[in-house]
Design a binder for this molecule. Structure first.
Ligand SMILES: Nc1nc2c(ncn2[C@@H]2O[C@H](COP(=O)(O)OP(=O)(O)O)[C@@H](O)[C@H]2O)c(=O)[nH]1
Ligand SMILES: [Mg+2]
Ligand SMILES: [Zn+2]
Length: 394
């Protein structure tokens, strides 16, 4: 057989095998177009069924997860590896506001799997299942997304002087609003003289939330943290600077990937940590997102209904539905405070957070949904829109 004929034979066999494989995956399977470079399993990075279904709607594009952001330059994990990416001009022009832009943790649709001839172009951000939004400058600011698609948020607070129930309350309201499930992690248990007292203080605010006590110094609590982590799920640690977030992440990673800091008197401003990867794959499965924004979270929007279920349940008993809980007769809140069922402090912080939440009554999730509807007019319209883009490209 001549060499040319042999090559033809080989390619026919190869073509056949390729065809069979594609056939098995189904026409719209998201991996179908990634067949050329299957060295990263995106499912390890959290590419679950829901995102796969969304991604399948864009036939000529590839799914990738944002692993780092430096202004308008992104690093994304694609099936071919980690590559540079930027949003398309069209994307930038049609974006409603800052929150539309990709953030670390986002699943995006890119035009290539190789950045040797230039950054990949991001055409779409897949609908988020959760997002943490930070207040950004400007009065009517939409806020800035500091991370997206987190399943579990570990709210860290140290058990030393830093311990503050009101701060936990605030973090919980933000976490619930983000769409992720919060877990409270009390750190530095070795520095706490009266753990039972601290835990009892926490009882009132931590309804329906798991509370883990841990100490990196004593090596306790890590099994419990790990029990909340599973392959394909994304986690993040929030909390003040110095509470021990990086220490926990290093421990989970099994090596020192993040710098840890000595506790200092200041609030952490001006302290510069060396840049590091913002999306980490845990050896036991699971993904950690650690962006600079995870340090202090200011209230941008909060889910008070979820974080203050007890308060709202009591308020529902007030005689007047618009009760201001000040002087009205039949006020259940005042009664609950009087008989000790509700603490004055918890009610005060409920009021305070309500005033602070920038968009009264609108949580960030609601806003995200409204934006989608506004932009596309619902799911069927989104499909139509994608079809149009495809025809335009041809
Ligand atoms: N005593 C004690 N110190 C801890 C513990 N965990 C962390 N630290 C220390 O607290 C400091 C801040 O920790 P780090 O992980 O950098 O906090 P981060 O700013 O939240 O990332 C470091 O000096 C750690 O060694 C703990 O469980 N017990
Ligand atoms: Mg740190
Ligand atoms: Zn009332």
């Amino acid at each position: 057989m001549s060499a040319a004929l042999f090559c033809l034979f080989l390619s026919a066999v190869g073509g056949c095998a390729f065809f069979v494989f594609v056939g098995k995956l189904g026409k719209n399977h998201p991996l179908r177009k990634d067949l050329k470079a299957l060295n990263i399993d995106l499912r390890d990075y959290g590419f679950g069924e829901r995102f796969a279904r969304e991604a399948a709607l864009y036939e000529d594009l590839f799914a990738a997860r944002v692993s780092e952001q430096h202004h308008d330059l992104y690093r994304v994990v694609a099936s071919s590896g980690e590559i540079d990416a930027r949003v398309s001009g069209r994307f930038a022009h049609t974006a409603d506001d800052e929150t539309c832009f990709p953030a670390v943790g986002d699943w995006v649709m890119i035009d290539r799997l190789d950045d040797r001839t230039g950054s990949a172009i991001i055409h779409h951000v897949l609908p988020r299942k959760s997002m943490l939004v930070r207040q950004s400058a400007g009065l009517r600011s939409s806020g800035q997304v500091i991370s997206a698609n987190i399943d579990t948020i570990f709210i860290c607070m140290s058990l030393n002087e830093d311990f503050n129930v009101r701060r936990i309350e605030r973090y919980l309201a933000i976490a619930w609003d983000s769409g992720a499930t919060p877990v409270i992690v009390l750190t530095k248990a070795d520095l706490c003289a009266d753990l039972p007292y601290r835990l009892s203080e926490l009882n009132e605010v931590s309804i329906g939330v798991d509370v883990i006590t841990c100490s990196a110094a004593a090596g306790t609590g890590f099994d419990e943290i790990e029990s909340h982590i599973e392959p394909g799920k994304t986690i993040a640690f929030v909390g003040s600077s110095g509470v021990g977030k990086s220490t926990i992440i290093n421990r989970l990673m099994g090596r020192d990937v993040l710098d840890t800091q000595a506790v200092r008197e200041d609030d952490g401003k001006g302290r510069h940590t060396t840049t590091h990867r913002q999306l980490l794959l845990l050896p036991q499965g699971g993904i950690v997102i650690d962006t600079p924004g995870m340090r202090e979270l200011q209230i941008h929007s909060a889910n008070l209904t979820k974080a203050f279920e007890d308060v709202e349940a009591i308020a529902a008993q007030c005689r007047f539905s618009d009760c201001s809980h000040r002087t009205e007769p039949g006020c259940a809140i005042r009664a609950a405070i009087a008989d000790g069922t509700l603490s004055e402090e918890r009610f005060a912080s409920y009021n305070k957070l309500q005033r602070e939440a920038v968009y009264a009554g609108l949580s960030s999730r609601q806003r995200e949904n409204e934006k989608l509807t506004r932009m596309f007019g619902g799911k069927s319209a989104i499909k139509q829109f994608r079809k149009e883009i495809k025809t335009k490209k041809r």
